[in-house]
Design a protein around this ligand. Structure first.
Ligand SMILES: C[S@@+](CC[C@H](N)C(=O)[O-])C[C@H]1O[C@@H](n2cnc3c(N)ncnc32)[C@H](O)[C@@H]1O
Length: 397
């Protein structure tokens, strides 16, 4: 199912009737509705609650509310039972009118760059994904552009309408679902706003596993809204459960000044695993790549620690990780160091990735730093601090 906004439906009708944008807004002005009132629905999938506006839309499109909802790609509210009861009639009607087919491309493009473990292809992931066989990849991680009007390399449009963005996401998501092996994991990193739609869609294809909150360290206030303070990392699984789920352990949260624990663990101290606490679905220990010395490009680069957690959690040695939105190549760099095989796509500059993978020293050091804290209840420095301030250590029990 494709998604359309009210705005799309209005202009779909306008196109059919040969009306210009000016004609459309002139019609709505008769109802005292301004251009900006309509344009608000360009970036939202909501049906307006303003009765004058909805009346005007129904009047312009000459549709009933039921038809409008159907045009938007949803079952009209209150008609779910009829829909279920009449699925045979609907199926007959649809199969008589099938006209959209997905071409299966058989072009074998050579990779832009390859290592013993992986291959990077330059191009549009929607097309390249079609060349990957069904059920062949153990884990897909995707960090697409968030449609925030950011400047990317040529060919990337980060300012789509609400429905164009979601429908574009559905195109690559469908392919990701197809290429995933049974039991494989799909992890997508995006803004909560987009994930409310994408998870709704994915619920029809895969099994929901987690909605992970990745604490955003820097957030700017937005008028009339709570300041956004997290990214969402969705985890879905093909089949009833993941074939690989490696528990990740991290240190207990402590005060960086005195080393004392932040939460009160009361009588549970003695039961704590000396290898650390299980990672929950709130990740507040991930920090953005800020220092110019650590960056491989100016913008949009995820930290090695995040990719280590994702890849270590959902795959084992030699498994295949696919990332359709390579960016600076963090997924591939971490896959290399963790001895996973990988497949990558990138529409923009692939040279950055090639350079990064040709000299892995910087990423190796970053990963070593991550492992200094992994699988330990208290990293060495915290241990010293706690000892000098008289706090308990797991050895005390
Ligand atoms: C948010 S960045 C990914 C950053 C990456 N995770 C990292 O850590 O470096 C998204 C990337 O997707 C690329 N991109 C956008 N549309 C694409 C498409 N259709 N096919 C392949 N890559 C695309 C952009 O050029 C950009 O580099």
């Amino acid at each position: 199912m494709r998604f359309f906004s009210v705005y799309d439906v209005i202009f779909y009708v306008a196109k059919e009737r040969g009306h210009s944008e000016k004609d459309v807004y002139a019609f709505f002005r008769k109802f005292k509705i301004k251009k900006k009132d309509i344009e608000e629905y360009k970036t939202s999938g909501v049906i307006p609650s303003d009765l004058t506006l909805i009346d005007a839309i129904l009047s312009y499109t000459e549709m009933s509310m039921i038809e409008l909802e159907l045009k938007m790609g949803r079952i009209p509210r209150g008609y779910e039972k009829v829909f279920i009861d009449k699925t045979k009639d609907i199926a007959d009607l649809l199969s008589k009118n099938k006209n959209e087919t997905y071409p299966i491309l058989n072009i074998n493009v050579p990779p832009f760059f390859e290592t013993e473990l992986g291959k990077l292809y330059s191009g549009d992931c929607v097309e390249l994904l079609k060349q990957i066989p069904d059920n062949s990849v153990d884990c897909v991680f995707a960090d697409p552009p968030f449609n925030l009007d950011k400047e990317y390399d040529e060919g990337v449009n980060d300012r789509l309408s609400y429905s164009d963005y979601i429908n574009w996401c559905i195109k690559w998501l469908d392919e990701c679902v197809r290429v995933l092996k049974p039991g494989g994991s799909l992890l997508i990193y995006n803004l909560p706003k987009w994930h409310t739609y994408l998870s709704n869609y994915l619920d029809q294809k895969l099994n929901f596993w987690s909605w992970i909150v990745v604490d955003m360290k820097l957030s700017l206030p937005i008028p009339n809204r709570l300041s956004p303070a997290h990214y969402s990392l969705l985890h879905y699984v093909k089949g009833s459960k993941p074939k690989t789920f490696n528990n990740q352990r991290i240190p207990l949260q402590t005060c960086r000044h005195c080393g004392g624990e932040i939460k009160d663990y009361g009588g549970y101290k003695s039961k704590m695993n000396s290898k650390g606490v299980n990672v929950s679905d709130v990740w507040s220990d991930i920090y953005p790549v800020r220092h110019n010395g650590s960056k491989n490009r100016k913008f949009n680069e995820l930290p090695v620690k995040l990719l280590d957690r994702i890849i270590s959690m959902s795959t084992n040695d030699n498994d295949i990780v696919l990332d359709p939105f390579g960016g600076s190549g963090t997924t591939f760099a971490v896959s290399e160091l963790l001895k996973r095989r990988w497949i990558g796509f990138e529409l923009g500059n692939c040279e950055i990735i090639k350079k990064r993978l040709t000299n892995k020293e910087k990423d190796k050091k970053l990963l070593e730093k991550v492992y200094k804290e992994k699988n330990k209840l208290f990293p060495d420095k915290v241990k010293e601090l706690r000892q000098s301030n008289g706090f308990w250590l797991s050895e005390d029990f």
